[in-house]
Write a protein that binds this ligand. Structure first.
Ligand code: AMP
Length: 226
């Protein structure tokens, strides 16, 4: 496997994007860039960015595009992503952000956008039981907790329920997903950049499905370049 890929994973909150993006980033040896994780880190460190983002995050609203674009532009300007690519998780979330991303990357393009499709009743169940590490962002659930006293198996941090995993904020985020983010599925399909993968079932099989569609695209693109 040749390292490097420029990938976007779309999917509702609770579709398993976080878990699958970590696996894809290891597989293709590229950074996993989650705007949600970056905002949570900013809130925790009490930075100016964190102060700007917190009020939106707590109620499940989207952080304004110009704030998000600034953050992403800075991250994508670093050497690691320039050289190898990235797996984007939670970004873009609006067509406006997708257009901004295309401008940031030009003349390069995204390799593939994968829509991880999961029915709403499944994500509602998953989100209610979801728990995360406050330090490294690792995902757990009430059905599959860390091994010891709600401390993270990876870094020893405290594992808690996210502040925005309340019923009202979850409903708001799913609503916004349908309105603002779902249109991206068609937007990328029209540009021949979209693949769909079923996000329900065994996590290893889902990873296998994701790697298959990405590899197919990579072979296809290499073929085009020869
Ligand atoms: P996530 O962990 O991806 O669910 O993101 C948590 C929260 O961070 C979201 O509910 C938004 O308030 C904010 N956020 C993360 N990514 C974005 C984005 N691309 N655009 C706007 N807001 C975002």
């Amino acid at each position: 496997m040749v390292p490097g890929a420029r990938l976007i994973i779309l999917g509702k909150q609770g579709a398993g994007k976080g878990t699958q993006c970590v696996r894809l980033s290891r597989h293709y040896v590229v950074p996993h860039i989650s705007t949600g994780d970056m905002f949570r880190a900013a809130v925790k460190s009490r930075s100016e960015l964190g102060a700007k983002a917190k009020e939106y995050m707590d109620t499940g609203e989207l952080v304004p595009d110009e704030v998000v674009m600034g953050l992403v532009a800075e991250r994508l300007g670093l050497d690691d992503t320039k050289a190898r690519g990235f797996v984007l998780d939670g970004f873009p979330r609006t067509v406006h952000q997708a257009k901004g991303l295309a401008e940031l990357l030009a003349p390069d393009e995204i390799d593939l956008v994968v829509n991880l499709e999961v029915p709403t009743e499944v994500v509602l169940r998953r989100l209610a039981g979801r728990r995360v590490c406050v330090d490294c962002g690792a995902n757990y659930s009430v059905d599959s907790p860390p091994r010891l006293n709600w401390t993270c198996d990876i870094c020893g941090g405290e594992v808690v329920q996210r502040q925005d995993d309340t019923e009202a904020a979850i409903r708001r985020r799913l609503d916004l997903y349908e309105r603002e983010t779902r249109p991206l599925v068609d937007w990328y399909a029209e540009r021949d950049l979209l693949a769909e993968v079923e996000g329900v079932g065994d996590p290893d099989e889902i990873t296998g499905g994701l790697v298959r569609v990405v590899d197919q695209r990579r072979e296809h693109s290499l073929g085009r370049r020869v």
